[in-house]
Design a protein around this ligand. Structure first.
Ligand code: IDP
Ligand code: MG
Length: 141
């Protein structure tokens, strides 16, 4: 069965550049419903834990520093086939390779500062959503 939610982050560069509104508008226009949302600034241990899967990668330290450089917006988004649909909406990790009209193509500053995060599997969506939100903070209808 295809999953019905994904976990997303509006990253620090997009928050700093005042793109929250435009990105949320694109998310809504693409048919997603917001199930949970908050703006927070991660601590270094939190960012390290969130990106633990990438800890051996050469970009890990830079990524952690970037993700704690300012507030982020964390989101749980509902839609049919949410993970795949959201990854299509945001485009390739590298904005140079991302399709025209995708969120990363429009709002990314670089490969690292690529404006948004989207979960890559139902397992990771569940882990990531519960890293940021309790059941009490989620709306299920
Ligand atoms: P994804 O966000 O499209 O799933 P991942 O490979 O999971 O891409 O990488 C996580 C994040 O790490 C990316 O969104 C980007 O911010 C950063 N990143 C990935 N590859 C590089 C790189 O080669 N240089 C710098 N940052 C990178
Ligand atoms: Mg990823």
């Amino acid at each position: 069965m295809k999953n019905d939610f994904t976990f997303a982050i509006i990253k620090p560069n997009a928050v700093k550049n005042r793109y929250i509104g435009q990105i949320l508008a694109m998310i809504n226009e693409a048919g997603f419903r917001i199930s949970a949302m908050k703006m927070v600034k991660m601590t270094k241990p939190q960012a390290e834990a969130f990106y633990d899967v990438h800890k051996e990668k050469p970009f890990y330290n830079g990524l952690v520093e970037f993700m704690i450089s300012g507030p982020i917006v964390a989101l749980i988004l509902k839609n049919d086939n949410a993970i795949e649909e959201f990854r299509t909406l945001i485009g390739n990790t590298d904005p140079v390779k991302a399709e025209e009209g995708t969120i990363r193509k429009i709002f990314a500053a670089s490969l690292q500062m690529n404006a948004v995060h989207g979960s890559d599997s139902p397992e990771n969506a569940t882990i990531e959503a519960s890293f940021f939100f309790s059941g009490f903070e989620r709306f299920y209808s």
